[in-house]
Design a protein around this ligand. Sequence first.
Ligand code: 5RP
Length: 229
Amino acid sequence: MTRTDDDKRRAAEAAVVEIQDGMIVGLGTGSTATHAVAAIGARVRAGLRIDAVATSDATATLAVAHGITVRDFADIARLDLAIDGVDEIDDRFFAIKGAGGAMLREKLVAVAADRMIAIADGSKRVARIGAAPVPVEILPFARASILAALGRLGRVTVRQGDAGPYRTDQGNLVVDGHFAGIADPGALAATLDAIPGVLGHGLFLREINAAYIGSDGVVTRLERSPDCD
Ligand code: 5RP
């Protein structure tokens, strides 16, 4: 295991300690979330009783393999806790997510959760988000017109998979954007939200309540202050 992966694991294992009996827990997607799923699985095998919802098909499969009960999010109006990775997070608790393409489901689960915890290795903690591209999930039906609208905001590319354009679990396309407006993430999010056919994006500006960051073997817990809006 690399040092970075060890830091991810440590952050995930520290965050999972917050889970209590009876909770409904949102499971994120990606390599750090995978460590969380493994740690939750170990707690379930030790007697913890929880239900979970998964933010991707891959996470659902993994969770079931770890003995975690996974429920259909379509039946769940609110969750106690969501635990998920990030691509970047800054001191304002602004984050970019979606390198793994699951940001639409991740956002829906995060918004339904009473508390969302971001877990990451130290490389994800930045002074200001914006170096990472912002992933945007779009409806394939309107690909050209949405690309034209997004292209007016910055440099955009349609994400590619192994055999053509990458498709999300919902069958949609992902456009990765380096947007000029990232200096004002709130305004950029509002602009993206207003484009018809944009189904979601990886700007998480209000959802994250706490972050567990692993760096050089030490995990730091950061709590969002109430005036951090
Ligand atoms: C998936 C995500 C991931 O949580 C994010 O990309 C971080 O991934 P990793 O833990 O592998 O670094 O947003 O859509």
